[in-house]
Design a protein around this ligand. Structure first.
Ligand code: ADP
Ligand code: MG
Length: 359
């Protein structure tokens, strides 16, 4: 359906896409992942000529997009694009957002367009909101309207550019559910995403972009379980960390808890995991005697979903989980029940507890 040959794109001296040669077939779901600034959006924008390539060729159903005789607007109608920022018409109702394109560009009757719009709103779970205006909707609802609006143009392929990156986790999952549904219905899709879960579970192929190329591509099992090249491995195995420091007994408990919750939310960890971490932190701090120099670190591995919690405190060697008095036994039991493993060591004047949090 979409084929590129030696596609390149530069902005002045900046060579963003150096040589993209690929072929996307009807019915495929391709996820594009990679560090930011590696040209993922630029590639997507080149595919429907929102950016003019600096070189190479693009074919859509064997039509050469860059040939002078090609009717670009006609082809662009067949490629729906969904952006991070929704781009709905603020002055039109949800229903009108969905009908304006089909009426003006596809010459549908208003009645037909409205009938179809209501069907699509049902598909994305928003039939009740037809008369609302975009400002009256949540981010997740806006994005679902944007997807429905795109579908109203009856595209042959949908291009998504980070469709969930402006959304918080609950809204992310409602948008991902809609994308999953489209996948089931056989829609051809190209999805730029930082959501490894979606790339892993719905794509038929994953492109890892780096250095201006599709650095590695393959089925999700290969890219996520067994990446062949070094940069892919590095990207896939990267670990996200967050630290919190305590320097006195009067530390701000609420701020710390809020930060831990934000970290868990950002990485889509379950409520249960998040509660475990909060409980672990609280119980361990209860056993603590010296508050002059404590560091809490959370490390989440995107690859296997494991969560590590490192507790470091300055002072005399003392394993808080072993030196506890009888009163603390329940606390220690609680801690142990939430962990897969706990290791203690004393290094450079610091007590360190490394805890694998139960998923
Ligand atoms: P990604 O989507 O992978 O984060 P982009 O495709 O947005 O990356 O951008 C790749 C590089 O191209 C970045 O360095 C960005 O600053 C640059 N870039 C993107 N669009 C433009 C533009 N219109 N003019 C100049 N530079 C741009
Ligand atoms: Mg981008």
């Amino acid at each position: 359906m979409i084929r590129t040959e030696h596609l390149c794109k530069s902005f002045g001296e900046l060579h963003v896409l150096k040589d993209i040669t690929t072929n996307i077939k009807k019915g495929e779901i391709v996820s594009i992942i990679g560090p930011s600034g590696t040209g993922k959006s630029t590639l997507l924008r080149c595919l429907n000529l929102l950016e003019t390539p600096s070189g190479g060729r693009i074919f859509f159903n064997n039509t050469d997009l860059l040939a002078k005789t090609t009717d670009v607007p006609a082809i662009r109608k067949k490629m729906g694009m969904v952006f991070q920022s929704f781009n709905l018409y603020a002055h039109l109702s949800v229903l009108e957002n969905l009908t304006i394109g089909p009426v003006k560009l596809l010459r549908k009757s208003k009645a037909d367009a409205e009938r179809q719009a209501l069907e699509l709103l049902k598909l994305v779970g928003l039939a009740e909101k037809a008369a609302y205006f975009p400002d009256e909707l949540s981010g997740g609802q806006k994005q679902r309207v944007a997807i429905a609006r795109c579908l109203a143009m009856q595209p042959e392929v949908m291009l998504f550019d980070e469709p969930t990156s402006a959304l918080d986790p609950t809204m992310t999952s409602e948008v991902l559910a809609v994308i999953r549904r489209l996948a089931k219905e056989g829609m051809t899709m190209v999805i730029v995403t930082h959501e490894m879960e979606i790339a892993r579970t719905i794509s038929s192929r994953v492109f890892y972009m780096d250095e201006g190329f599709i650095y590695e591509e393959g089925p999700p099992q290969q890219i996520f379980e067994n990446p062949q090249r070094e940069k892919t491995r590095e990207f896939i195995n990267r670990v996200r960390r967050d630290y919190y420091r305590i320097t006195s007994r009067d530390y701000d408990l609420y701020e710390m808890n809020a930060e831990i919750e934000a970290f868990c939310e950002k990485h889509l960890l379950s409520k249960k995991t998040c509660d475990s971490v909060l409980l672990l932190v609280e119980e361990i701090l209860l056993l603590q005697k010296d508050f002059s120099d404590i560091t809490l670190a959370l490390a989440y591995s995107e690859k296997d979903g494991s969560l590590e919690f490192l507790f470091e405190s300055a002072g005399e060697p003392a394993n808080p989980l072993e030196d506890g008095e009888r009163d603390d036994d329940i606390g220690i039991m609680l801690i142990k029940s939430r962990c897969d493993s706990i290791t203690y060591k004393y290094e450079n004047g610091k007590n360190m507890l490394l805890i694998q949090v139960k998923a």
